[in-house]
Design a protein around this ligand. Sequence first.
Ligand code: GRF
Length: 193
Amino acid sequence: MVSGRGSNLQALIDKMPEMPYEISLVISDNTRAFALQRAQAAGIQTRVIEPKGKSKTAFEQELVDCLRTAGVEIVILAGFMRLLGEEFLRQAPGPVINIHPALLPAFPGLHAQAQALNYGVKVAGCTVHFVDAGMDSGPIIAQQAVPVLENDDAESLSARILEQEHQLLPTALRLIAFGRVVLEGKKVRVLKE
Ligand code: GRF
């Protein structure tokens, strides 16, 4: 599920031939998301489901129905800019995972890279995690650190983090597909190959 640029989606698409997953459907809550064009160019089915004029419950029910109809087994939030409710998570046809451009639990929410920069951290990074009903608060599956450099601005730091996001998300998905990700309460155990 996407809302915008779709560079993480593109990374998933590009790595698909060598990976144990298939992207069967891309859903956007935003008609103008460039991610939709990326999906179409790759021959992947797309759907736009807009929240406008619907209750949150109705909107999320439509998402669930669409995912179920497509036979989806895992839901990836790749720049999907909405907080999903408990009902969606209960009904989703599999685990829901998200990629966030910070080393959680630090800097959840919007503009995570700028938050990190303004705080003055020396190491930033990205996190792939299971989604729960909180804001970027679900169990952590994988993280990758990147250095914060002296002259960084939000743009340069975001670019450095994004490069790692494009590696981390497909890698995490691969681990999940091979059954190597085990959720134990709030903790995730990654089994050795
Ligand atoms: C990424 O930084 C991701 O971590 C965050 O939203 C951004 C989406 O970028 N959740 P893109 O649409 O994948 O290019």
